[in-house]
Unconditional design. Sequence first.
Length: 183
Amino acid sequence: MRALQVSVASGEQGVDLDVLFRRYTRELNGVAYRRINDREAAADLVQDGFLRFLVWYRARTEPTTVLDARNVLIRVIGNLAIDFLRQKRSRGTPASLELLGDSLADPAPTADRIVEGREAYRLLKRALDGCSRSQRTALLLNRVEGLTHGEIAVRLGVSSSMVSKYIMAALDRCLIGVYGSAR
């Protein structure tokens, strides 16, 4: 194979970077992609590799053929791929903000949320205190203890239907106490 010898931008004899780029970009992209498994990063490595080749080419002291240039480019791309993987490994995998979600936010409530919570608690406690003993007990056994209407009916000695009425009355009183209106 005859080595390609054409002029560089500076006018000296040697390898034309444009010809090299057109001839070997696809092959070099394949080399980079096989090593790092990321098409965009592989394309970036190839471009960076050509820039580094150009620096090397201008600093060389001996004539260079296209075959020599190809081998140098493959070596440069390989070294860049190794550097890329080392940096990626040391940095770890970047997490997107969507995946991090609430883990970035301070879990402690803000001062205004604390004040709102205390006020809601005070209003709810006042509303529960205004309920009859049966209504309050039925509501708490259902919502806090998780008992069914039938289980509450047995404990209170009333019908299941009466338990439903107690719970509804207590909920209405709580809604009015906290929000100012029921349903």
